[in-house]
Design a protein around this ligand. Structure first.
Ligand code: CA
Length: 246
């Protein structure tokens, strides 16, 4: 099974990027995990392509480190399935041989970068930071003061403040959490069920998915110029909600 950090750490107000490591070699996986945790990232581990795929599609990690050689389906097939399921997380592939590198480059499966084993942890870390910066802009730093910007909308993740231009918006804790999840991954569609799971820490457990609609509608009233014609939080019919891509 994959392992995740204890649930309690997610309640921490400092929200860091979650990185999934898919690697069956324990020593490599542990080394990478330790290095990432030292940098302040949350780390999840999977030991096979199937587990990695399951975690990636259910929990939407911010980045995936994916080994090519895995028991069961290999890294290439894992990546193909992830992309087919709509995962847009940046993927850094770990390869062991030159012919695997050729395949990573040649197949255009949607890997964002690769490293050939053996690799140094410093090199790994600089690749990861570059990938996160490319994918999420200011969200890149795990521990720094992070801001999400979209036009004149600014979400300050550390101070939990939201502004449009000079105007400070007053959001409830639940509204902030929903906005944070949506805005952290523009274009990524979140189902109502998923959003409900994500805000469980802030809400009574017996809420149903319709309450998400209510929160979204309140958020739009606060954020949007015209809540009936939103430009930030979009409805994806039959699927859920997504934050607008730039
Ligand atoms: Ca391996």
């Amino acid at each position: 099974m994959y392992h995740r950090s204890p649930h309690a750490t997610r309640r921490n107000t400092r929200v860091s990027a979650t990185i999934l490591i898919v690697e069956d070699e324990y020593a490599v996986a542990r080394g990478v995990q330790y290095a990432l945790q030292q940098e302040g990232y949350q780390v999840a581990m999977a030991q096979s392509g199937e587990e990695g795929y399951e975690f990636a599609t259910q929990h939407a990690p911010d980045l995936v480190i994916l080994d090519v050689r895995l028991p069961g389906i290999d890294g290439f097939e894992t990546l193909r399935r992830m992309r087919a399921a709509g995962s847009r997380a940046p993927v850094l592939m770990l390869t062991a041989r030159d012919d695997e590198v050729d395949k990573v480059i040649g197949l255009e499966l949607g890997a964002d970068d690769y490293l050939t084993k053996p690799f140094g942890l410093r090199e790994l870390m600089s690749r990861i930071k570059a990938l996160l910066r490319r994918a999420y802009g200011d969200l890149a730093d795990a521990a720094g003061g992070r801001l999400l910007r979209h036009g004149d909308l600014v979400v300050d993740l550390e101070r939990r403040r939201v502004q449009r231009g000079e105007r400070r918006l007053s959001l409830t804790a639940t509204e902030f959490e929903i906005l944070r999840h949506l805005a952290s991954r523009p274009g990524r569609v979140f189902s109502r069920r998923e959003l409900l799971e994500l805000v469980r820490d802030y809400e009574a457990l017996d809420q149903d998915e319709k309450t998400i609609n209510v929160h979204i509608s309140h958020l739009r009233e606060k954020l949007e110029d015209d809540p009936a014609d939103p430009v930030f939080i979009l409805t994806v019919r039959g699927a859920g909600y997504a934050f607008a891509e730039r």
